[in-house]
Ligand binder design. Structure first.
Ligand code: AKG
Length: 419
């Protein structure tokens, strides 16, 4: 750790929950046999950086000792605790980016007990990091307007059709509506379980202008760590997950976008991640649509789907109502009615029961001879449009440009215990 850039000790970030809960948590951890962790955590509290890192390693091993659902919640909280201790010591040495990286690991992998401490620490460290960056960098930003813009869209219909599964956009398309009242949405679509595209309900979102600008995204989130998926899609064997900084992720999007062989490169996709719980500034750029409450339901989760052209979410269904809001770029979406589930050949494995064995981009005619003739509806979801996907409807999604969407999932009140 460098001491030259050390901040004042009085400028530490506060951890009131950790201070109040630490001894109970350590007691629970020793009951689970984590004596070495408890010893290291105590030394870390006294300012020993090596002990703090060792404690974090030990908790990390516990998080990876078996299936995620079998990890003791106390170990997840212990991981957050260790992250806070390590981050404090980085922060005290002026290592703001390192501190942020470790805090994000706590947010992504840790438990809920210390969440507020992690959030407020992120806030404090981010502000410090920005001030320090502004002081260190001369102000003549050199990137031109076009370099900062995320999407360069010059696709014509023929080019789009070439990227899509056979029969796309040749039959029934999803109805597009503007000025749709809450009552109209409820009566015509939600209660009938029918999809609809609403094309004028997000024009007021700050995200609609801000998220097109790479510099904006880099400034507010560049040093944050995010989980991304790399590979064709989650059903393929070469698929993997990585933790990278948002800046590295934006760089990959830019590299794929400027490469002439964009379709052959394995895309990196920030998919189904609760980014808005993690990065408050991005949460402030969007609004939960009133439609989500039309039937008296409860919001289950907000997820980000951000990636280059060519990401594919294979055919699957979810148990929730969903509004998929397209903030940047465009996507192709195909939907099959929930009643034809068996004809779409769901996997039988527990983890994949909601995914289809059919690869729409390459249908195996011998194994699935009837799939080609199944009825579906589809659409191109344009920037500023949101698609209502009723529960259990099968959907396949392909990004046609660099694309940033937000999904709002909600349950009917009587189903609110569903996961
Ligand atoms: O946008 C995507 O790639 C997939 C979205 C999706 O599957 C969902 O919102 O449930």
């Amino acid at each position: 750790m460098s001491s030259a850039a050390a901040t004042e000790i009085s400028d530490q970030f506060e951890t009131p929950i950790l201070d109040a809960e630490s001894s109970v948590l350590l007691h629970t951890i020793s009951e689970h046999g984590g004596y070495a962790f408890v010893r290291m955590a105590s030394q870390a509290e006294a300012g020993d950086f090596r002990a703090a890192e060792a404690a974090r390693e030990m908790a990390w091993e516990q998080l990876h000792s078996g299936p995620w659902h079998s990890v003791q919640p106390a170990w997840r909280d212990a991981y957050s605790m260790a992250c806070l201790r390590v981050a404090k010591l980085h922060f005290a040495s002026g290592e703001f980016k390192e501190a942020l990286r470790v805090l994000d690991m706590g947010l992504i992998m840790g438990g809920t007990l210390l969440r507020k401490d992690l959030d407020s620490a992120v806030h404090k460290v981010s502000s410090k990091a920005r001030v320090s960056e502004a002081q260190g960098v001369s102000n003549g930003s050199s990137s031109s307007k076009s370099e900062c813009e995320l999407v360069h869209d010059g696709l014509n219909k023929a080019e789009i059709l070439q990227m899509l599964p056979e029969k796309s956009l040749s039959g029934k398309t999803v109805v597009k509506r503007s000025g749709l009242s809450m009552e109209g949405f409820l009566r015509e679509y939600l209660l009938n379980g029918l999809p609809v595209v609403i094309n004028d309900a997000m024009t007021h979102w700050p995200a609609m202008t801000k998220w097109k600008d790479l510099d904006y995204l880099k400034t507010i989130a560049g040093d944050r760590t995010v989980p991304v998926e790399v590979g064709k899609n989650y059903l393929c064997s070469e698929w993997k997950q990585e933790l990278i900084t948002f800046s590295q992720f934006l760089e990959r999007i830019r590299a794929i976008g400027s490469s002439s062989s964009s379709s052959s490169a394995a895309p990196t996709y920030l998919a189904q991640h609760p980014l808005f719980d993690q990065i408050n500034e991005l949460r402030n750029d969007i609004c939960v649509p009133d439609y989500c409450f039309a039937g008296g339901g409860e919001i289950r989760s907000l997820n980000a789907w951000f990636g280059p052209a060519g990401t594919v979410t294979p055919l699957h269904h979810d148990p929730h109502h969903n509004l998929l809001a397209q903030v940047v770029g465009k996507k192709y979406v195909r939907l099959y009615h929930s009643s034809i589930s068996d004809e779409l050949h769901p996997y039988t494995e527990t983890m994949l029961f909601n995914s289809s064995k059919v690869d729409l981009d390459n249908i195996d005619e011998k194994v699935f001879p009837k799939v080609r003739d199944l009825e579906f509806v589809d659409c191109i979801l344009e920037e500023g449009e949101m698609l209502y996907i009723p529960p259990k409807w099968w959907h396949y999604v392909r990004s046609l440009t660099t694309s940033f969407s937000v999904s709002f999932w909600w349950n009917d009140t009587e189903n609110s215990t569903d996961s």
